[in-house]
Design a protein around this ligand. Structure first.
Ligand SMILES: C[S@@+](CC[C@H](N)C(=O)[O-])C[C@H]1O[C@@H](n2cnc3c(N)ncnc32)[C@H](O)[C@@H]1O
Length: 238
């Protein structure tokens, strides 16, 4: 569908449901390439709130984050996180993503000083150790996307004492992934690499793509799936 044409909510749900069903990374990145021109409009229809929630979490936990702070947006997509960060006064922003077409959309937004093609889980981030005051990865930790084994790479490029903000969905089909992710996060904490500042469960994350994704015990969610925002502080002394 050409950019600018409105899709109905059932069409958007079907498209995003198909994306969730892809577990092969190369196929998933290709899907994002094709989806890039319509991504913002479609996720708005789904009332996708993860970028706002993650940036709120980061800025509330770190009200003193200077405007000169250098931030990395991992799996930046079209730059929705950048738009939220800019609204909070953040000016120094780099982004990486595995989809060239998503990066093109992000470039057009004009909010990143540097954008790089990088496939997490297959190659390292293109930055030296301890570069960023904060690293965010929003909407990308799930099967077939960024593997939880890539989390230490985010920690590597974070400055000592810097912040790492992550999100994942907690709908039924992502629960196994979430458990494995949390085991990785806990191991890093037990090893003294970082400390957990926030683990914030959110009920109304985005509209579900199917009834099966809405947990019955949370029927008050009214057709939404749930998610979680994590915020960690890297240890100060390496
Ligand atoms: C749901 S979008 C989220 C984009 C943006 N962070 C947001 O919240 O709108 C997921 C993004 O992750 C990227 N992605 C998925 N797997 C990746 C990987 N292994 N390495 C790099 N980028 C990946 C996709 O290309 C896509 O742009």
């Amino acid at each position: 569908m050409a950019q600018g044409e409105d899709r109905s909510l059932p069409e958007v749900r079907a498209r995003v449901g198909a994306l969730h069903g892809i577990t092969d990374l190369a196929r998933k990145l290709h899907f994002y390439d094709c989806w890039a021109p319509d991504y913002d409009q479609d996720v708005a229809a789904l009332q996708y709130r993860a970028p706002r929630l993650a940036v709120d979490c980061l800025t509330q936990a770190s009200p003193g984050l200077p405007h000169t702070a250098l931030i990395l947006d991992v799996a930046c997509g079209t730059g929705l996180v950048a738009a939220e960060l800019q609204a909070q006064g953040v000016l120094q922003l780099h982004g990486v993503d595995g989809s060239p077409e998503m990066l093109e959309q992000a470039r057009a937004r004009g909010l990143y000083q540097r954008l790089s093609l990088c496939t997490l889980g297959q190659e390292p981030l293109p930055s030296p150790e301890g570069t960023f005051d904060a690293v965010l990865m929003v909407g990308a930790l799930s099967d077939g996307q960024v593997p939880y084994s890539a989390v230490p790479e985010l920690l590597r490029v974070t400055k000592p004492g810097g912040l790492v903000c992550l999100t994942t969905r907690t709908n039924p089909s992502n629960l196994q992934f979430k458990e494995a992710l949390e085991a990785t996060l806990d191991q890093l904490e037990q090893a003294g690499a970082w400390e957990c500042l926030v683990a914030w469960p959110v009920d109304r994350w985005e509209l579900a793509t199917s009834e099966l994704e809405v947990v019955p015990s949370t029927s008050a969610n009214d057709g939404f799936i749930s998610g979680i925002v994590y915020l960690y502080r890297k240890q100060k002394v390496a």
